[in-house]
Design a protein around this ligand. Structure first.
Ligand SMILES: *Cc1c(COP(=O)(O)O)cnc(C)c1O
Length: 564
């Protein structure tokens, strides 16, 4: 039974390939990396997402750092195969027809995982419905709810249409996919001919569902006004009956929590945070990872092929990185750095030099990530660059089109850049995407991450850096609370020997940041290179060998998929 799939994975965004721009950030990258590792490990999964034929958006930045957004056009035909079958969902009393495009994800041992991209842009549909699978995170609450109905309800129906009748587990990646449980309840109701509220029916659905929550930020949890839900979905009894309301609004996260037998956060610390957010639920944790081969630069791939044979099939082989000669590590690093600086110098006329200590910061420009913290005290930073050693900084990241505060962070960075002119070169690359992510995480000397603790559920770009021997300086939040060993795998933005501090105290966190740069990291980089390279090797051996999606998928299989 070649088509027999036991686990269905639902995600609003999945980043599989740089040419398929259907992701906005970490959530989508994680989904793509997870599926790649599942394919490598022959885990019988199938995945569902939306086509997003206008992508997220293309980012342009003017000379002041104002973000201009353009629609992306990409040709699904280039990567995906349109499939003949269709299914329907009811919305606002209309029947909306959905078709699917298939992407075949090939694992390292030849196993394939089908990924279905759902599409409502069909001639039979009402014009307003044709655009529903157009834009990722575009539009208003109505548009979002319609997308979630297509993903959750339409997704389950599409799986049946494609002949997947043996699925044992439905994994909802974040609340966007939560409505899948509604359709599972409806199915059970139709098949068993029992009321939706029958405890056995609910329990049978719960045994099949896995839910991963990804953010402690309130805006990351969808809530919809009851009238909106009623208008779009109709008087669905289940919505009223199961008491999934949180206050007034219809809470998709709660729906998923109530009907999932396994619930997890995405790092140990985030598990604790999620348990305090949802104390009635048994929230576990599985720490995120990245797909090792995808996020390792070519020079490091070659190095690992020589010194760590088998690493492409088995990320745990990376633990032997301590055996790689330091000269070889440094040479691979310089090659990766040269590739990045060539790009920056050509495209941005940045005039950056390879010997100069280079800091990288690239991620969504969300407020809590505080991309501008490095420039909290411009005079202090200038002094460090003049007295301790020269430095340069490379930024990238998109702000959500409706997030004015996030956009202001980018203009602030451009402003600081002007203030630092002649002292520190700062560059902000526009249109951050997977390919750029690969280059930046491999090509800098230090990866910086300074979110407001405890809002970074995991973070994954630092794990990409580890795969390329790039150490980090980071707030002890998310995965770094697990991956950090001071002076061994990198450095904490914290007071050594004290419990990690929480909250948005910029004076405090900037002081720690400058202290580490000034007294520990930059001096070591310029004056004790051997020690620096030793830390680089420990990043690979201790962190890349663990913070990868091979280990992560194995945990999902044993703790979530097979355990219920
Ligand atoms: C890895 C990656 C992210 C996620 O970065 P975080 O540090 O986890 O926020 C976002 N966007 C792109 C393009 C990436 O490659």
């Amino acid at each position: 039974m070649i088509n027999e799939r036991a686990i269905a994975y639902f995600s609003m965004e999945i980043a599989l390939h740089n040419g398929i721009p259907t992701y906005s950030g970490g959530l989508g990258i994680l989904a793509g990396d997870m599926l790649k590792s599942a394919a490598d490990l022959n885990v019988p999964m199938v995945a569902v997402t939306l086509l997003h034929e206008k992508g997220y958006f293309h980012q342009q930045l003017d000379e002041n750092g104002n973000q201009l957004e353009q629609a992306v056009s990409w040709d699904p035909r280039k990567y995906l195969e349109p499939l003949p079958g269709t299914v329907n969902v009811e919305m606002e009393g209309r029947s909306v027809k959905i078709r699917a495009w298939k992407y075949e994800l090939h694992g390292s041992r030849g196993f394939t995982i089908p990924v279905y991209f759902l599409d409502t842009n069909l001639g039979d549909n009402d014009p307003q419905d044709r655009s529903l699978t157009g834009q990722l995170y575009g539009g208003d609450a109505r548009y979002r709810l319609c997308q979630e109905i297509i993903l959750g309800i339409g997704g389950i129906r599409m799986l049946r249409e494609m002949g997947h009748h043996a699925i044992k587990k439905y994994h909802m990646n974040e609340g966007h996919a939560g409505l899948a449980v509604l359709e599972l309840l409806n199915e059970a109701h139709r098949q068993l001919n029992k009321p939706e509220t029958d405890p056995e029916t609910i329990e049978s659905v719960r045994r099949q569902c896995v839910f991963t929550t990804h953010t402690p930020v309130a805006a990351g949890h969808d809530r919809f006004a009851p009238d909106l839900v009623r208008n779009i979905l109709g008087e669905q009894e289940i919505i009223r009956l199961n008491g999934f309301h949180e206050g007034q609004n219809f809470d998709i996260t709660r729906l998923a929590l109530n009907l999932s037998g396994y619930i997890n956060g995405v790092s140990r610390k985030h598990g604790n945070v999620a348990r305090s957010m949802f104390p009635e639920y048994p929230v576990q944790s599985i720490t995120n990872g990245v797909h090792s081969v995808t996020w390792t630069s070519e020079p490091f791939q070659k190095l690992y092929d020589i010194f760590l044979p088998g690493w492409r099939q088995d990320s745990f082989a990376l633990r032997h990185a301590l055996n790689i000669p330091k000269e070889a590590v440094w040479a691979a690093h310089l090659e990766s750095k040269q590739v990045l600086l060539d790009l920056v110098n050509q495209n941005e006329k940045a005039g950056m030099d390879v010997p100069v200590f280079t800091i990288g910061f690239a991620r969504r420009a969300a407020l809590y990530k505080r991309a501008d913290l490095l420039f909290h005290d411009i005079a202090r930073l200038k002094k460090i660059a003049t007295e301790v050693g020269p430095l340069q900084v490379i930024y990238a990241g998109k702000a959500h089109p409706q997030d004015r505060e996030a956009k202001a962070i980018i203009t602030k960075i451009f402003h600081s850049r002007r203030a630092l002119k002649n002292h520190i070169k700062v560059i902000y690359l526009s249109n951050y995407d997977m390919e750029m992510g690969r280059l930046i995480t491999a090509g800098v000397d230090l990866w910086l991450n300074n979110p407001v603790s405890p809002l970074e559920a995991s973070g994954t770009s630092g794990m990409k850096a580890c795969h390329n021997g790039v150490p980090q300086l980071s707030i002890l939040d998310g995965w770094w609370a697990e991956g950090h060993m001071e002076g061994v795998t990198g450095w904490a933005i914290a007071q050594d020997g004290q419990p990690p501090a929480e909250g948005d105290d910029r004076n405090r966190d900037a002081a720690y940041l400058y202290h580490k740069l000034e007294n520990v990291i930059i001096p070591m980089f310029y004056r004790d290179r051997e020690k620096y390279i030793n830390i680089m090797k420990h990043c690979i051996a201790l962190n890349a060998s663990f913070f990868n999606t091979q280990r992560m998928v194995q945990e999902y299989v044993t703790n979530a998929y097979l355990a219920l």
